[in-house]
Design a protein around this ligand. Structure first.
Ligand code: SAH
Ligand code: F3S
Length: 442
């Protein structure tokens, strides 16, 4: 049997796509290889959201070029956001790359690989579609290992955040029909999945566009009644689409986990305007207040960009301040990186010096470290439910699981508990995780 090695960079959507690719190429006779050196086909699933992610692609390709020199039949394929962004230029720039598959063309991959194998062509498929059927494979749900699974419910983004390349590489918003989504989740649950993460670049605008026949809160209600499913999560949401109905879902749907990732990007109104985020600091805070009123236990995480063009010390101070105001549980913080096609890339100079960006990044992370520790310490003594994922990183004899609020808990226990829900008593806290004692597993 031929062997396939997939390297995945970037977000959960890419991970979901890679699982789909493995399944589709499985039908073409490719089995998973443990290492790139053993593979007959290497596929790089790429991310271009920041320049660093893009650079990683070219260094990985450089390494594989050497492999190919010793193994001429090796097929090198590039997918994901860099593939979509660079298109045929990638084939010109990297003559050892055999095929380029854009973000909406995964369904064509089998055919493309055959084209390389038999006709020795170098295909590139980069079309965007108006019909969401490109997300379907016409065959049951993806087979997954473990108790957690991703399910893409929509793709693309119709927003125009000035820093963001996603709309250009993932296309316009398209929702999958609810029937397909519910069938996929039903199959996953029959295969043993207990927790699902619904994915979309702008997941809470599900249903606003063609084929999305339900609203997002209605879709959640339908998923909530699937027997055997225990937990529902979703990512990533835009604050503007956090509707009163969605807030109500947190108060009423018992399977919807008490966690929301709601990127704020900046605490400063002037920066938010330049970013074209479509909300003010006050509007954002008001939504958080309403959500906490209806779901007091909700944990909140966010994305922050520091060093956006023109960001002054005062504007940056407003970001530090909003971290305190909201008291996030965790943040993902990035230095601004100008991206092709984007409005900010065209309109503004990347004028915040690298050392200033670096210092601001350290400051937000340090400040958040204190807040996270403070919040995590409040959990000490409480009983929490975790879904056990497997052995803890770097700690022998311990397992790791996540609470409904998405916090990592490590506890002494056997790996055989992986995939089980368990009650733990929290005994200690650090900024990034909790320590607990297992009470009971089911
Ligand atoms: N809604 C999307 C967000 C995509 S990008 C999703 O599917 O998750 C994820 C995060 O990367 C953004 O929230 C933002 O904080 C950060 N980001 C996006 N473009 C960036 C850029 N040009 N420079 C730095 N960070 C960026
Ligand atoms: Fe990007 Fe803004 Fe959409 S961050 S994915 S353009 S909501």
């Amino acid at each position: 049997m031929k062997k396939l090695y997939i390297q995945t960079y970037g977000c959960q959507m890419n991970q979901y796509d890679s699982e789909r690719i493995a399944r589709l190429l499985g039908r073409e006779g490719y089995a998973a290889a443990a290492r790139a050196e053993e593979a007959d086909l290497i596929l790089l699933n790429t991310c271009s959201v920041r320049d660093k992610a893009e650079q990683k692609v070219y260094s990985a390709l450089g390494r594989w070029r050497e492999l190919k020199e010793n193994k001429p039949g090796l097929i090198i394929a590039v997918g994901g956001c860099v593939a979509q962004q660079e298109g045929e230029a990638l084939l010109r720039r990297a003559p050892y790359v055999d095929l380029v598959v854009g973000t909406q063309n995964i369904h064509k991959l089998g055919e493309m690989v055959r084209e390389v194998e038999t006709l020795h062509r170098r295909p590139a498929e980069l079309a965007f579609y108006r019909d969401p059927s490109y997300m379907e494979d016409g065959e049951g749900a993806p087979r997954v290992q473990g108790a957690m699974a991703y399910v893409t419910i929509m793709q693309g983004c119709n927003k125009v955040c000035s820093f963001c390349i996603v709309p250009y590489v993932r296309g316009r918003e398209l929702s999958r029909p609810s029937g397909k989504i519910l069938a996929e989740i039903g199959q996953l649950v029959r295969d043993g999945v207990k927790e699902i993460m619904l994915l979309g670049q702008n997941v809470n605008s599900y249903g606003k566009t063609a084929a999305g026949d339900l609203s997002f809160p209605e879709l959640l209600r339908r998923i909530n009644v699937i027997e055997g499913l225990e937990r529902i999560r979703f990512t990533t949401s835009h604050p503007e689409d956090l509707s009163p109905e969605l807030i109500e879902a947190y108060a009423t749907l018992e399977k919807l986990c008490e966690h929301l990732h709601l990127p704020v990007q900046s605490g400063s109104d002037s920066v938010l305007t330049r970013m074209r985020r479509g909300y003010t600091r006050e509007k954002y805070l008001e939504k958080i207040r309403r959500l906490r009123e209806r779901c007091p236990k909700v944990s909140l995480t966010t994305d922050i960009i520091v060093g956006f063009p023109g960001e002054t010390d005062e504007e940056f101070a407003a970001t530090l301040e909003i971290l305190e105001r909201v008291e996030y549980d965790e943040i993902y913080a990035f230095s601004y990186s100008p991206r092709p096609h984007t409005l900010a890339g065209k309109l503004y100079l990347d004028d915040v010096p690298e050392e200033v960006k670096k210092r601001r990044l350290e400051r937000v992370l340090n400040r958040q470290g204190e807040i996270s520790l403070r919040r995590n310490r409040k959990k000490i003594g409480e009983i929490e439910e975790i879904l056990i994922e497997g052995p803890a990183k770097l700690r022998d004899g311990q397992i790791m699981g996540r609470t409904r609020s998405h916090k990592i808990v490590n506890a002494a226990g056997s790996e055989a508990l992986a995939g089980k829900l368990a009650a733990v008593r929290i005994t200690a806290a650090s900024p990034n995780s909790l320590l607990g004692e297992l009470a009971a597993a089911q």
